[in-house]
Design a binder for this molecule. Sequence first.
Ligand code: B1H
Length: 798
Amino acid sequence: MTNTPTPTAESLRDKILHHVTYSMGKDAKHASIYDWRMALSLALRDRVVEPWFAATRKTWDQGRKRVYYLSMEFLSGRMLEDAAINLGLRATCRSAIEGLGLDWYEVIENEPDAALGNGGLGRLAACYMESMASLGCPGYGYGIRYEHGLFKQRFEGGQQVETPEDWLKQRHPWEFERPESAYEIGFKGYVETVDGKPHWVPGETVLAEAYDMPVIGWQGKWANTLRLWSAKPTEMFDLARFNHGDYAAAAEPEALARTLSRVLYPDDTTYAGKELRLKQEYFLTAAALQDILRRHLAADLSLEALPKHVAIQMNDTHPAIAGPELIRLLSDVHGMEFEHAIETAVQCLGYTNHTLLPEALEHWATYLMGTVLPRHMQIIEKIDSWHRRNHPNRPHFVGIVKHQEVRMGELAFITSHKVNGVSALHTELIKKNLFPELNKLHPGRIINQTNGITPRRWLRMANPALSHLIIDTIGEGWEGDLDRLRELEPHIEDSAFLDKFMAAKRTNKEHLAAWIAQSEGITLNPDAIFDIQVKRLHEYKRQLMNILQTISEWHEMRENPQADYQPRVKIFGGKAAPGYYAAKQIIRLIKDVAEVINNDPLIGDRLKIVYPANYNVSMAERLIPAADLSEQISTAGKEASGTGNMKFALNGALTIGTLDGANVEIREQVGAENFFLFGLTADEVMERRRDPEHARHAILESPVLQDVLQMIAEGRFSPDEPERYHDLVHNMWNSDYFLVASDFESYRSSQKEVDVAFGDRASWAKMAALNTARMGFFSSDRAIAGYMRDIWDTTSAL
Ligand code: B1H
């Protein structure tokens, strides 16, 4: 596809020097690391442009169907090294950079993370973009170009402090501004009737301006576009006011417009219900749909043919206004008959549900919807009555609009031809608990596509030590065909292979220990079990249970210091939503406990706790390859899938986990004997909650947990403020909605099994290697192939 010859380190170095001079405007002698990183990025970007154009041309020439992935979040992380890997140029880049007398890691790590997402949902979107490009599925991602991504986290006195993230302070070398691709987006106003037809007259408008980023697939064979919208004012400023000397007021429209793409909402799995959020959702969706229809009509295709050429995937309900908006464009603007417009929209749209947590399910007050999007509110009512007419047996309590609220889940369901859950268990729970009635009315609409992760970033790039061992053992090519990792299995009986497997792990642990020593000032023993829980802070994820178990271990060591203990390092990482008090208290408790345990001379290096600030994609790339044990301990039924769980197991960590989300399938794949299972099942959780005293009963049955809670209550970890955790302890005894107490003993004994298992290094090595060998199923290529077949009805263009 590309005619340009593969560069050598020398020719690439010349290109870098060229960009330092002519793009950065710097004399090489005075160039900073930033300049070099930019120059290398631009040199690589030049290599991406050709396959990118070729892919776009081929899509047009062959009249191919395009997939549009609409998401409020894309958690891409760093892009330079990922592009280098996919172009097969990492080694070349590295020697070019070193040939210039520069440090490779310093250059790579100069790049800020693109943190335009909260957690799993946003990272999934980024993995899926990469897999669509790798599989040659013509497509676009549509999102918002937030000026400020997810906040940065610092700790002050053990407490989380948030500061704004500023990734666009520097130039972003991977984006192309497209001022010519800008659309007007309206809000508010009123609906009038023109020639007997409804016509929306917005009261406010902003411009959505496109910024394009190429997404290059594995081996550079295909590239798609991630198109992010930035809000600009329709009029720059009020010149009349300016000339009157009212400078601040003159700039007001501009400031107001720009707030739309100013910041990412920092709440993972909680619904905000704010007008600005609704406006952001509509802003993204309306810009995307105008762009999609423009492209479709530019090919001289009829709107009748839209479903043949366009598949639109809604990443949760955040862009679910796409249904009403598409119907509005088809009927109000293009004159399609209303019911036909609904049916057309349904054939184009798909909806992925990512959560069952009631606090995350979006619902907008009808008055707010009616104010911000008056025509859409009418259309929503019409969709609802259309659906009721078509399903006369629909129960009265089912519907999109109920109790003066628009339920976005129901809206997305009814306007989509496929609704998918993100793991097998989650999909069953959607059928049973979230949409039982709609599922009966639309059998076969709910399907499962278990999540996946890209092995290029999460193994090849993040874990060079293990990648090289895999290449030495089974050759190249597994990166694009992850099931091939099964070929490692016969080597499991080979002790030389196992030694190398564990040596790779050891290398990663040493690198991590060096980084922690430098960033946290804590010395870690690389022989210890590296036990890691990294993810957003949430009560359902139960970081609390982990720290309570850690306290119990510490207590036991102090009571019985002579006994033999398997040394452990407990690593935590993750951010709490700024307004989530309980989550912030858990962070503080972990920090307080770390302070006591890490400084306890009786303990030494048998137990350490580290919690580095500001967990993000690039920190995940450091931590995950170094893990021995992966903590996936959510209350069963609450974690829709998890994707961190997949990253750890792929990198040879064993999982300690509940039967929740994708853990269930990971355990099936890697084998029950290579997984530490504990805890109540989703059904048992429901059953257990029927006892209003479940917490008290569980605590009374666990003297160990009683002691732990007692120590916390007495201020053992907060001597300067003994009552600091009274709320937390009180909640444990009296409510404990997430069943920490009920699962505590089962978790604790599973952790004891881990200690024993880790003591037998040879058998541990086998279990770890089998985890890697059997994780092929969780490649995002498998997931995307499933979406293409079962939802998007499209094929590869490669
Ligand atoms: C997931 C969210 C989410 N589920 C609301 N839901 C948000 C909901 O800003 N908001 O309003 C943001 C995010 N995120 C996660 O999706 C699930 O908890 C994980 O279990 C799952 O692996 C991931 C990807 O499917």
